[in-house]
Design a protein around this ligand. Structure first.
Ligand code: ZN
Length: 417
C-alpha cells in the first residue's frame, strides 16, 4: 500500500520535528501533569481552558479565542490556506469538583484522575502546536487547535458540536487519552431520553382508581427491556435510572425513567427513538386504562436529554489509511476501533475524522486510580504529528500531500494503492 505519508515521513523537516518531540519528552509530561492538576469537571472547564489559552498565546498561535461553548481555539496559518485540519482534545474530566487531582509518581507510572484522559491529549496537542511552528515546519492547509468542552458524561459533546458547526474543516483528529495503536474511525452514537408521567396522585386507599405514575414508568421500563435490538450493528439499550413518588402509601403524581441507547448507525438510533416514543405512549395508555371512570389521566412526555451522533470514516479513507501507516512507521500495529469521542461530531457531519491516543500507556480511566506510563510516549506523538502533517500537507510539499482529497471512486482507488 502506498500513501503520500511515506514520502513526507522521511523528509528532513519531519525527521527533525520528531527529534524535537523526543527531546521535549519530559517537558511534555510536565505539561501533562500541570494540566491534570487543574480541576475540569464537565461544565466547569473554565480554569483549565484559560490555562490552555495562555499556552496558545505563548506559542504564537493566531486568532486565539474562547467561543461561547467554552472551547479554546487557536490556529497556525498554512502555506496555501483553505479549510483547516482540526486537532482537538477535550478539556473536561468525569471527576466531580471535590476530587483530589494531584498527580503522584510511582516508578515509571504517574497516578492521578484524568492524567491520561485527557491530560495526555491536551499536552500532546500543545506539543504539536509547538513543533508545527508555522516557520520551520509549515503545513499547506492551516491547522486549527481546539480544546473542547463537554466531551464526557452528560456533556453531550457540547464543545465539539459548537466547534464543528462553525468550522469548515478538511479533516479532524481528536487526541484522546494514552495509546499509540488504536485508531477510532467508527463513531459510537448514543441517544438518551427521559420519560416522565404526571397525574393527580392521591391517598393510596381513598384515591383508589387514580392512575399511578410509577406503575406507568414501570410498565414502560419493562417494555423497553424487552425491545428486540439488532446484533449487527451492535446496539444496546439501558434503562439506567428510575424514580418517582413521595411515600409508600401515596399514589405518585409523578415518575420518570432515563434510558440510554447506543449504536454506530443513525438509522437504527432513529428507529429506536420512534420505539421509545411508542412504548411511552402505550405504557401510559395501559395505566390510564385501569383507572376508574372520571379519574384524571396520566400525561406522558419524552425528552431527549442526550444525543451523541454516530457514523464512520471508511476504513479505506486516506485519513484512516494514513493513520494506519503512521502507526506502522513508529513500529506499532494499528487497530481499528469503535468509540464515542469528539470525533463523532465531525464524522456525523461528513468531515473525515478519527480519534487516536496521544502516546504512552494508560489504564483505570474514569476512576481516581487512573495511571499513565510514558515509556515510548514519544512514538504516539510522532504518529500524531505524521497524521496531522499528512492530512494538512507540507508547505513545501503540496503536490505530495493529500491536500486535494477527492470523493467517491477516486478516493477509493487512492486508498487501495
Ligand atoms: Zn477522553
Amino acid at each position: 500500500m502506498h500513501s503520500p505519508l511515506r514520502a513526507l515521513w522521511h523528509t528532513e523537516l519531519l525527521y527533525r520535528a520528531r527529534q524535537q518531540l523526543a527531546l521535549r519528552d519530559e517537558a511534555i509530561v510536565q505539561t501533562q501533569i500541570a494540566i491534570s492538576e487543574i480541576a475540569a469537571p464537565t461544565g466547569e472547564e473554565h480554569a483549565r481552558g484559560a490555562w490552555i489559552a495562555r499556552r496558545f498565546q505563548q506559542l504564537g498561535l493566531h486568532d486565539v479565542r474562547t467561543d461561547d461553548a467554552g472551547n479554546v481555539i487557536g490556529r497556525r496559518q498554512g502555506a496555501i490556506g483553505g479549510p483547516p485540519v482540526v486537532i482537538c482534545a477535550h478539556l473536561d474530566t468525569v471527576f466531580p469538583r471535590e476530587t483530589r487531582v494531584s498527580v503522584q509518581r510511582c516508578g515509571t507510572r504517574l497516578r492521578g484522575p484524568g492524567i491520561g484522559d485527557n491530560g495526555r491529549g491536551l499536552a500532546a496537542m500543545l506539543a504539536l502546536a509547538e513543533v508545527i511552528d508555522g516557520q520551520q515546519l509549515r503545513t499547506a492547509s492551516p491547522v486549527e487547535f481546539v480544546a473542547t468542552t463537554g466531551e464526557e458524561g452528560a456533556g453531550d459533546l457540547r464543545g465539539a458540536k459548537r466547534a464543528f458547526a462553525a468550522a469548515d474543516a478538511k479533516a479532524a483528529i481528536a487526541l484522546d487519552g494514552a495509546g499509540d495503536e488504536r485508531i477510532v474511525h467508527r463513531a459510537l452514537g448514543s441517544r438518551r431520553y427521559r420519560l416522565t408521567y404526571r397525574g393527580a396522585g392521591g391517598h393510596s386507599w381513598t384515591a383508589y382508581g387514580v392512575p399511578n405514575a410509577v406503575h406507568a414508568a414501570a410498565i414502560a421500563a419493562a417494555k423497553l427491556a424487552r425491545l428486540p435490538l439488532p446484533r449487527e450493528p451492535r446496539t444496546t439499550l439501558c434503562v439506567g435510572r428510575i424514580g418517582g413518588g413521595i411515600s409508600v402509601n401515596t399514589i405518585p403524581d409523578e415518575a420518570w425513567l432515563e434510558v440510554d441507547i447506543r449504536c454506530t448507525s443513525t438509522y437504527v438510533l432513529d428507529l429506536l427513538e420512534r420505539e421509545v416514543g411508542e412504548v411511552s405512549r402505550v405504557a401510559c395508555a395501559e395505566e390510564n386504562g385501569r383507572a376508574v371512570r372520571g379519574a384524571a389521566p396520566l400525561v406522558a412526555t419524552v425528552d431527549r436529554i442526550g444525543d451523541r451522533p454516530s457514523g464512520e470514516t471508511a476504513a479505506g479513507h486516506p485519513l484512516v489509511v494514513m493513520a494506519m501507516e503512521a502507526t506502522r512507521l513508529v513500529g506499532r500495529e494499528p487497530e481499528l476501533a469503535t468509540a464515542s469521542t469528539d470525533a463523532n461530531v465531525p464524522i456525523s457531519l461528513g468531515i473525515p475524522a478519527i480519534a487516536i491516543g496521544a502516546g504512552g500507556r494508560g489504564g483505570d480511566a474514569h476512576t481516581p486510580a487512573e495511571w499513565f506510563d510514558n515509556t515510548d510516549g514519544c512514538l504516539g506523538l510522532a504518529r500524531a504529528l505524521g497524521v496531522v502533517v499528512g492530512a494538512a500537507g507540507l508547505g513545501e510539499w503540496v503536490s505530495g500531500s493529500v491536500g486535494q482529497w477527492v470523493s467517491g471512486s477516486e478516493e477509493a482507488r487512492r486508498a487501495r494503492e
